[in-house]
Ligand binder design. Structure first.
Ligand code: PMV
Length: 322
């Protein structure tokens, strides 16, 4: 039997950057994200006794199944089976937006594969399973504003929706600076920071300290504080990255241009706050009434390379026809 699942990408406001335990994929700090409505992955999984190895088709192309196989081994272990699977995945994350799709991909795979293997995991167990594929996937099991508790072992490191969700009409604008594949993957990038950045410990301490104020700011719909904390976490992460040996940055000239435009808009009284991940693209946090004015301000530089989305839902099992 084939199971289909859909999971949405998320963007961290308080970032995850650095593992405390590589094997268990435990992060050094907790993180907080917003799940996005318009970018998602649909994945179909069939365990088939006829197969002698796992198969992966991604966006209609056969791919090496190595990472997926490693992930499916966790599912097989939980379900006590050794059957191989056929995995078909379609990313509705515009490649041109250069958004990481590992979060939605592994969250959708965790849900589809566990159900197809006959498991009915709780959302917490699903989140822990998704964590084994990609850290940010831990959070994509849930919609809205989500916290990933760093925890100290496999049991305690999972995500859940924040108890008090913001009711602000939050929007995220995704500004594509470059659609090239990222220069350094997040996995390698964070390993380099941990190993060589003298600022890594400062990053871990200062980032963890942002968690509690962010929970409060989101609960109080305090956009100014949400935005200020978001920019702090992102810039501190990138500062730790720049201090690596050899030095490295994900920034491109147009990345700085986008940050500058955001600051200019803020000086004009528009609530807009920037964040970026392991790549040069900039995501801008705002609320619905300001989307058009921001689009107008960004368009002279970025043209149609700006997408806007509201917050998205939990990962869910879907029927094929959707
Ligand atoms: O889940 P990964 O291994 O792709 O790492 C995600 C890292 C960042 O996107 C930069 C930050 C985050 O918390 O999503």
């Amino acid at each position: 039997m084939t199971t289909y699942a859909r999971a949405h990408t998320n963007i961290a406001l308080i970032k995850y950057w650095g593992k405390a335990n590589k094997q268990l994929m435990l992060p050094a700090t907790s993180s907080i994200s917003l799940t996005l409505n318009d970018f998602y992955t649909d994945t179909a999984v069939t365990f088939d006794p006829e197969l002698n190895q796992d198969q992966l088709t991604l966006n209609h192309q056969m791919q090496s199944p190595t990472a997926v196989s490693r992930f499916l081994d966790h599912v097989r272990h939980l379900a006590q089976i050794d059957t191989r699977a056929r995995v078909t995945s379609l990313n509705h994350v515009p490649t041109a937006a250069g958004l990481a799709s590992s979060a939605s991909a592994f969250a959708a795979l965790a849900l589809a594969a566990s159900r197809a293997a006959g498991l009915n995991l709780t959302p917490t167990a699903l989140s822990r399973l998704a964590r084994r594929g990609s850290g940010s996937a831990t959070r994509s099991i849930f919609g809205g504003a989500v916290i990933w508790h760093r925890g100290s072992d496999d049991q305690s490191s999972f995500a859940e929706p924040l108890t008090i969700q913001p009711t602000l009409p939050l929007r995220m604008l995704v500004v594509t600076v470059s659609d090239q594949k990222k220069a350094v993957s997040s996995r390698t990038g964070m390993a380099n920071t941990v190993a060589t950045s003298p600022y890594y410990q400062a990053w871990v301490q200062s980032n963890e300290a942002l968690i509690s104020p962010m929970i409060t700011a989101l609960a109080e719909n305090d956009l100014t504080t949400i935005g200020a904390l978001t920019e702090l976490s992102s810039m501190r992460m990138h500062a730790a990255i720049m201090a690596e040996e050899p030095p490295f940055t994900y920034f491109l000239p147009e990345t700085l241009r986008a940050w500058q435009l955001v600051q200019e808009q803020r000086a004009l009284g528009i609530p807009a706050f920037a964040t970026m991940d392991a790549g040069p693209n900039v995501k801008i946090l705002t609320t619905a009434p300001y989307v058009d004015v921001l689009m107008t301000a960004l368009q002279p530089v970025f043209g149609d390379r700006i997408l806007s989305t509201r917050l998205g839902p939990d990962a869910q099992v879907i029927t094929k026809e959707q």
